[in-house]
Design a protein around this ligand. Sequence first.
Ligand code: BTN
Length: 270
Amino acid sequence: MENRDCITAEAIRSYLDTDWLGREIQFFEIIDSTNNEACRMAEQGTAHGTVVLADSQESGKGRRGRSWVTPSGSAVAMSFVLRPQIPPQCASMVTLVMGLAVAAACKDLYGISTQIKWPNDVVSDGRKICGILTEMSSAIDHIHYVVIGTGINTNVEAFPPELTQTAVSLHQIIGKRPVRAELIAACLKRFEQYYTLFEQQQDLSLLIDDYNALLAGKGGPVRVLEPGNEYTGISEGINAQGELLVRRENGVLEAVYAGEVSVRGIYGYI
Ligand code: BTN
């Protein structure tokens, strides 16, 4: 690994310009999963805004029980511990804030226009750059903590054939190796800014326009894959709760809270 691509706490701090996010940074050369470590630290009482980073993960986790591969030197694997003062049913909104932050950081640093596939994959030309997995510990009416885990494909030069249609790295898009510490600091900065706006309103009302401007497939056909309930409709963007509004062929407007949504042209849905 090149020295300049070091992602120790010290390296991140040399770029960092945040008020509270990343005051505590824990870096691991190798860990099972930064989300697992962030959960362990949260259980031990670590502060709101703690950031966990790893150069590689042995059992990185994706959404819906999938695994997430993080080979050394090739990616960003980071998790934030948050202790939001919001009802548990609002926690999923924070995930959308993270997608927005990653897309904004990529624009700030590299001038590239990415899109967000609802709820929070960051994509470029229909291929995934970044995935986000949010986990939570809560009582019925109180959040103990939320962990937001973000994986960004940074330095992968070539994906295996089965992934070339669905995954892409920043290196492939910008034609050079991104400096991971700089990218991590930019994501933290943007997340802090957007999270402040989220916290003020306790919803996404101040972020809807920015989010919908980046939403992949907005105004076009989408397929909603809810268990036992699959339908197609036109994506009308998110509402202040972060739900995806889909106009069904019969005119009914559905607000999709959870579930998979396929978007034409993204990951090959045609
Ligand atoms: C997805 O399936 O799209 C979500 C992928 C999330 C991966 C990140 S990498 C850092 C953090 N630690 C994990 O084990 N998962 C998340």
